[in-house]
Design a protein around this ligand. Structure first.
Ligand code: URA
Length: 259
């Protein structure tokens, strides 16, 4: 489309939209919402081709299971996820965010979903929350870049693609990606899992309520797990760092008894 705007005007308009909070372009052509005719409301019927996309699709879950189970190692799992076409989030994401850290680590951390920085870099927890996570780990002498397995962690998310505007993942998105998370855990065989925040607890434990769940050891994906506050929550609520510190010490103590 020929634009009537010169470069500087267009750039100023774009900057203004970014200032207002726009984080991504969702179409190449502008839509004049005043000219879009109102659509008559259609009754929603499940199990028909016109069912809304946010219904849980059993075939999507089955295909995810088959792909995940067929993955014999981490590279194969990453390729299987990249080949999975049922999740709409994939279309809006720049990168598949698979994992980071040492795959031989005893600790596997499962977060929620990539944000803007993670989507750009293709690595989990690299934005502000990730920087806080690195500091939290350093406080118990652990790190994603550590070589000795005693000090190493491995990090992934429930969702490998960024949800638009960082919205919460939908239950059907979690359901269709869960087989990949479960296989990921099977391949890493961690001694302990850390479930960061409500979405991760919802996926792994089928429960929410992180304030109640945190600090209490449980079982997820066949491994012992410790629910903790998400670092993004700690950035918003620094008073909760006290509990997070207690949980880090509990993690450290558990690893000491496990050696
Ligand atoms: N929050 C998450 O849960 N995961 C990331 O990778 C980044 C932020």
């Amino acid at each position: 489309m020929e634009s009537a705007l010169d470069f500087h005007t267009a750039k100023a308009l774009l900057d203004w939209q970014v200032e207002l909070g726009a984080t991504e372009a969702i179409g190449d052509v502008p839509v004049n919402r005043y000219e879009v005719p109102d659509k008559p409301a259609k009754p929603v019927q499940a199990d028909t081709p016109s069912a809304p996309r946010n219904e849980t699709k059993p075939d999507a879950v089955n295909e995810a299971r088959a792909l995940a189970q067929g993955a014999g190692d981490l590279d194969a799992l990453r390729s299987a996820m990249a080949a999975f076409e049922h999740c709409e989030l994939k279309r809006g994401a720049r990168n598949l965010v698979f994992a980071d850290g040492n795959s031989a680590a005893r600790v596997m951390i499962i977060g929620e979903a990539p944000g803007r920085d993670e989507d750009r870099e293709g690595r989990p927890f690299v934005g502000r929350a990730g920087q806080l996570l690195d500091k939290m780990l350093a406080a118990i002498d652990m790190s994603r870049s550590a070589d000795p397995v005693e000090r190493a962690v491995y990090i992934t998310n429930v969702l490998p693609w960024r949800p638009p505007q960082n919205r919460d993942p939908k239950p059907e998105e979690i359901a269709m990606l869960l087989p990949f998370v479960a296989r990921h855990v099977e391949l890493i065989k961690p001694k302990v899992l850390v479930l960061m925040g409500n979405i991760s607890c919802q996926a792994g434990l089928g429960k929410r309520g992180i304030t109640r769940l945190r600090g209490n050891w449980d079982q997820a994906y066949g491994a012992p797990c410790l629910p903790m506050f998400h670092p993004a929550y700690l950035l918003r609520s620094p008073h909760a760092k006290r509990e997070a510190w207690a949980d880090l010490l509990a993690l450290q103590a558990r690893l000491r008894t496990d050696t």
